[in-house]
Design a protein around this ligand. Structure first.
Ligand code: NAD
Length: 290
């Protein structure tokens, strides 16, 4: 199976290397020369976005937003005009489901196949081939690319037709963003009452308040003061805006979601988009110190 990876950043670069190491023929590209050179120095074959798109069985996208995904698919000359009939577009980005459904329709109309496959697990999961994946698309398409999915993911879940993977990914990231705020408040409460954060987390993780945030984010990136998860505040803000827009688009008024979006965008000591997303807990945890 020949795979072209478009977007060699934190996630795409690691996915490309994992697929290459698993024996797939992989070619990668990125608009940033640094990203291309970095991957080439680690043994990956790269090409410039200005070159003709190489023929492949799968085009794996790992791009910041739906606007970038639209550009690589629809621009001239984009995937729609250059990819061979029957090839599969797999969008692992966290994208806007409305745009995804529109693009998936155009892709299928052009004789290609579509799968949305947003991921969880960060750059470390991408490097280890242990990502969680949420799949939106047809069963037959999933079967066609299953060897590739198995090399990237230890757990992938088919959640529905095209766009469904992106819908569930937004729901997931809403919960993660909320858990960061609520777990920080729980830890601050315990600390003010004389319980050390480590002891508080050990207790939470043996009880019903635990989550990936209490089990992974707090020990690995927050309490350890490393803040090197490879996922930025800006990307989480994008995901939250998409989740809010998806709710509004469905005529749903979700008060807690609105509050979480608001909190992540304001009242966080001007936390820059480039900061590690775990820094969202800083202001709350400082409250515990008085
Ligand atoms: P990133 O910014 O590190 O990488 C994106 C890459 O895409 C960049 O290198 C950029 O130069 C490249 N790019 C932009 N436009 C391009 C184009 N037209 N053609 C080719 N390359 C182009 O971002 P990331 O952290 O790797 O995230 C990628 C996607 O995965 C995002 O949608 C993000 O929300 C999602 N995601 C990230 C994580 C994480 O932990 N970083 C986890 C899950 C999901």
């Amino acid at each position: 199976m020949k795979i072209v990876v478009i977007g060699l950043g934190h996630m795409g670069g690691n996915m490309a290397l994992t697929l290459h190491a698993a024996g797939f023929e992989v070619l990668g590209t990125d608009v940033t020369e640094n990203a291309r050179n970095g991957m080439a120095s680690r043994g990956l074959s790269v090409f410039s976005p200005e070159d003709a798109l190489p023929s492949a069985d799968v085009y794996l996208l790992s791009l910041p937003t739906s606007a970038h995904v639209r550009e690589v698919i629809e621009s001239s000359p984009g995937i729609l005009r250059q990819a061979p009939a029957g090839s599969v577009i797999v969008d692992t980005s966290t994208s806007d489901p409305v745009v995804t459904r529109e693009l998936a329709g155009k892709v299928v109309e052009a004789g290609l196949e579509w799968l949305d496959a947003p991921v969880s697990g960060g750059p470390a999961g991408a490097a280890a081939g242990t990502l969680g994946m949420l799949l939106g698309g047809g069963e037959a398409t999933i079967e066609r690319v299953e060897p590739m999915l198995k090399a990237m993911s230890s757990r992938y879940t088919h959640v529905g037709a095209a766009g469904s993977g992106h819908v569930v990914k937004l729901a997931n990231n809403y919960l993660c963003a909320a858990h960061l705020l609520t777990t920080a408040e729980a830890v601050a409460l315990a600390q003010r009452a004389g319980v050390e954060p480590e002891a508080c987390l050990a207790g939470l993780n043996s009880g019903s308040g635990r989550s990936a945030v209490s089990e992974v984010n707090f020990p690995k990136w927050i309490i350890s003061d490393t803040f090197d998860s490879g996922f930025t505040t800006g990307l989480m803000r994008k995901d939250l805006r998409l989740a809010r827009d998806a709710a509004i688009g469905q005529g749903l008024s979700l008060d807690l979601l609105s509050q979480v979006v608001e909190r992540w965008h304001a009242g966080l000591d001007d936390l820059p988009d480039s900061a590690d997303f775990n820094h969202v807990t800083d202001a709350i945890l400082r409250l515990a110190q008085g």
